[in-house]
Design a protein around this ligand. Structure first.
Ligand code: GP9
Ligand code: MN
Length: 724
């Protein structure tokens, strides 16, 4: 016992012991910050375990570098300095987080000395009593130093052992990374959010990762010049599809409400799920919109996203430029590129106010920064809504009905006309975790694949929440003053699962082909213009890239002067060539190129021996697709809009703060007085919050099917299955 204690104290008095003490201190402080200061949203044992271990490898790697120093004095100085730097980075981030709910990135450091200044100002305000925990060891060390009680080991570490420590920490880091990738595949290639990186790998690794990304972005950007605009502008003016007189300005001056339908595919429209001989309409409300003569409903509208998924869809919808071939544009460039997105264009051209409502954390997909560049006045993320619990939310945020309900208190204070977007989330993979309690009951499909089985129920929930929101719009009178655009962002069922889906679509899994996969990339796209009766189902082929010019023309704003590569889908000049991001893939009414094969779009037959004429036509399509993607990529990676002079002022991101937005809205309302156009002001300063009603699945169906005992037994068994 005594011997052990002697060995331990000898060990701790050695250089290695000193390093280990510092690493442990750093570890402890980081965990303290994770627990007390940061909001890392970890769920379950596995994520918490990764969080728990991640300060260790990098701490050991850095502080361990001191072991290479031979001189006694300098060894201790170096070790303390490295420890101090790690501490400084940790502590700066905690202070920054208290103010901005995000982590310090290279661009925040570079872009604004104001952040540094702001940080300094807020530092004092941001300090808390318990911050003593972060510095208590320094006080202890100073005391020991003064009392000359710090043991000094004059024995240098040999190179080999120092190297062994470095190698060990790299090995530990690789294990950490490996575990993190299992938890979240493609973590580094797709980026997702700063929170995801920090909680998986820790703060110093986040800095390294961010530095690498920033370096790449800056390299492309610094090589670009104003001259690169010339071919791009040339392309854009050739690509321009002039507005259709019949529809130009049809919705001029109306509020624009975008409803982002998470993972909703076109095949669910009009689809009836057959379970035990009974048919269940999955999206009854969306179906009614689809067939309404107030709706331009598109039947051949394709998602064009890549690894940035939701963020790619948003990028296209808001800017008519593509996401990247690798990773997410919003994450890599969104916060720093000069952009001319819908909120900014509409604010400048027609005095619109803009806002986004979304029940996830603001940093996901770097929305908090990108939205500022897009000119969004407000961004109401989950911090504005009811606290998330396991009943009302899942991994990706608050359930849709709750998100809509909680949005109204802010929505009603927006000045009109407004441009808003509600990003739903409950119909997100895995489709089995978002619905609980009274929201369960829609039957599960019966395939081998649980993901597919749950998809219809969450789609049905999404449909019900959209209906509730429409009911609210009608009850408040906003409906007639608005144009409501709904779009599915991307597939919900991945290609690898499609053969299992096939039987539900009346197809044979054995003969399921890449053509079928391509056709399943269709997503809903509906433009509802209440009061208008020119609506119908439109078979024009198009995609997300085309949404903005289509909207602009409906609002009476000519897309011509903007650097947008999509085409108005209501224009007669539309080329109907849908470029997908995977090189070589595209869809037109005649040909589909997908999975390396060419198909006849109408019949689905593979074209193995194309004749001369076909070859020629396909070649022309390929060139057109390549040009469109190349023009977009040049704009995005070269940050070319910064050179553009089309009269639109550059967005000043400092105009926007997404903190305490209600206060800003109310202040504006009272400043405007009689001139305030918010719903709240127009409604005699009466809140409309109570007009939003979103009854649960159980309540809705008990009312209509109370008598059907077989139905209630189905729902009971469904909810039991879900709990397992
Ligand atoms: C998260 C949500 C999901 O906030 O928008 O993004 P996705 O995983 O679909 O790209
Ligand atoms: Mn999505």
């Amino acid at each position: 016992m005594n011997k052990n204690r002697y060995l331990l104290s000898k060990m701790l008095r050695s250089r290695m012991g000193f390093i280990l003490i510092l690493v442990t201190l750093y570890w402890g402080k980081t965990l303290w910050a994770y627990l007390i200061d940061f909001n890392l949203d970890t769920k379950g044992f596995y994520q918490n375990f990764i969080l728990f271990i991640n300060p260790l490898p990098v701490g050991l790697l850095f502080i361990g570098l001191a072991l290479y120093v031979k001189s006694t004095k300098w060894f201790y100085r170096t070790a303390l300095l490295l420890y101090f730097l790690l501490f400084l980075w940790l502590f700066s981030n905690t202070l920054y987080f208290r103010e901005f709910s995000d982590y310090i990135s290279i661009s925040t450091m570079m872009a604004s000395s104001s952040v540094a200044a702001g940080l300094f100002q807020t530092t004092l305000k941001a300090l808390r009593v318990w911050d003593l925990m972060y510095v208590i060891d320094f006080i202890g060390m100073a005391y020991l130093y003064v009392k000359k009680k710090i043991p000094v080991d004059p024995q240098p570490f040999n190179k080999r052992s120092s190297f062994a420590v470095t190698a060990l920490s790299i090995l530990l880091f690789s294990i950490n990374l490996f575990l993190a990738e299992i938890d979240r595949p493609e973590l580094l290639s797709r980026g997702f959010s700063n929170t995801y990186i920090v909680r998986a790998l820790g703060l110093p690794s986040f800095l390294g990762y961010n530095a690498y990304q920033t370096y790449n972005v800056h390299k492309d950007r610094s090589e670009a010049t104003a001259e690169d605009l010339v071919p791009v502008q040339q392309y854009v003016s050739e690509q321009y599809a002039k507005p259709n007189d019949e529809y130009f300005g049809l919705a001029k001056g109306r509020n624009v409400i975008y409803l982002h339908l998470e993972s909703l595919q076109q095949f669910v429209i009009d689809y009836k799920l057959n379970v035990e001989g009974k048919e269940y309409e999955v999206t009854p409300f969306l179906n009614s919109l689809y067939h309404s003569n107030s709706t331009f409903a598109f039947s051949n509208f394709f998602n064009q996203v890549k690894a940035g998924k939701t963020s790619d869809a948003e990028t296209m919808i808001e800017t008519s430029l593509f996401g990247l071939n690798q990773g997410s544009f919003m994450v890599q460039y969104g916060g720093s590129n000069t952009q001319q997105a819908a909120p900014h264009i509409l604010s400048q051209e027609a005095g619109y106010t803009s806002a986004v409502f979304h029940g996830n954390a603001a940093g996901f997909w770097n929305r908090n920064n990108t939205y500022k560049q897009w000119g969004y006045n407000y961004f109401f993320d989950k911090s504005y809504f009811t606290e998330t619990t396991s009943e009302n939310s899942f991994e990706y945020g608050l359930n849709d009905k709750v998100m809509f309900a909680d949005s109204i208190q802010y929505f009603e204070h927006l000045q009109q006309p407004f441009y808003t977007k509600f990003i739903t989330v409950s119909n997100h993979y895995p489709y089995t975790t978002s619905l609980t309690g009274d929201e369960t009951g829609f039957p599960l499909a019966d395939t081998k694949d649980e993901t597919i089985n749950g998809y219809f129920a969450t789609a049905n929930y999404l449909d019900a929440s959209i209906k509730a929101f429409f009911d609210y719009l009608k009850a408040t009178g906003l409906y007639e003053k608005s144009i409501i655009v709904l779009y599915g962002d991307h597939y919900g069922i991945s290609n690898s699962r499609n053969p299992s889906l096939a039987p539900l679509l009346g197809a044979n899994p054995e003969t399921w082909s890449d053509y079928d996969n391509a056709m399943l990339q269709r997503v809903p796209y509906m433009i509802v213009v209440p009061g208008m009766n020119k609506g119908r189902i439109i078979n024009t082929f198009g995609g997300e890239i085309d949404a903005l010019p289509t909207l602009e023309h409906l609002l009476g704003i000519d897309a011509k002067k903007y650097l947008q590569v999509g085409q108005d889908l209501l224009s007669k000049d539309n080329k109907q060539i849908v470029a997908l991001r995977t090189p070589g893939t595209f869809i037109t009414p005649e040909y589909t190129s997908y999975g390396g094969k060419l198909y006849n779009t109408q019949t689905g037959e593979e074209i193995t021996n194309p004749d001369e004429a076909t070859l020629k036509k396909v070649e022309a399509i390929r060139t057109s697709v390549k040009n469109q993607l190349a023009a977009s990529d040049a704009i995005q990676t070269g940050d070319l809009i910064r050179f553009l002079d089309n009269g639109l002022p550059v967005v000043n991101t400092k105009d926007f703060s997404y903190i305490d937005s209600l206060k800003a809205q109310l202040a504006l309302e009272s400043e405007l007085g009689d001139q305030s156009t918010s719903l709240y002001s127009k409604n005699g300063e009466q809140s409309t919050v109570d007009l939003f009603q979103a009854p649960s699945y159980r309540i809705l169906h008990e009312a209509t099917q109370a008598s059907s005992t077989s139905e209630s037994s189905t729902s009971t068994s469904t909810s039991t299955t879900k709990k397992e």
